[in-house]
Design a protein around this ligand. Structure first.
Ligand SMILES: Cc1cc2nc3c(=O)[nH]c(=O)nc-3n(C[C@H](O)[C@H](O)[C@H](O)COP(=O)(O)O)c2cc1C
Length: 83
């Protein structure tokens, strides 16, 4: 599993760290804006995708990332956390 998160003030990052420490302590967590994020997702069958609610919706940056990489999500288990 890999934890991919967007976090402005740290709440979302904190939640990802807590959850991964319980369900998969060896899992890496990296910010969505990292240059490595696409490659790291490719290498994992399960993805924990985490973001803060913004205007009652998914943040634009996260929606844009999902849409720009449509092939990335096929055949994967994707768990979402919204803080
Ligand atoms: C631009 C912006 C819009 C937000 N919109 C909402 C919202 O619609 N509903 C809500 O409950 N919280 C909203 N929030 C609060 C954040 O979603 C919340 O504090 C979140 O935990 C922040 O996560 P972070 O520390 O990882 O950035 C908003 C915050 C920002 C900065």
């Amino acid at each position: 599993m890999i934890g991919i998160y967007m976090s402005g003030t740290g709440n979302t990052k904190h939640c990802v760290g807590k959850l991964l420490s319980v369900i998969d302590p060896k899992a890496e967590m990296i910010p969505i804006e990292s240059e490595e994020s696409v490659d790291k997702i490719r290498l994992n069958d399960a993805v924990l995708l985490a973001y803060p609610t913004q205007f009652s919706n998914v943040p634009f940056m996260v929606k844009d990332f999902i849409r720009r990489n449509p092939e990335l999500w096929k055949e994967k288990k994707v768990f979402c956390i919204c803080s």
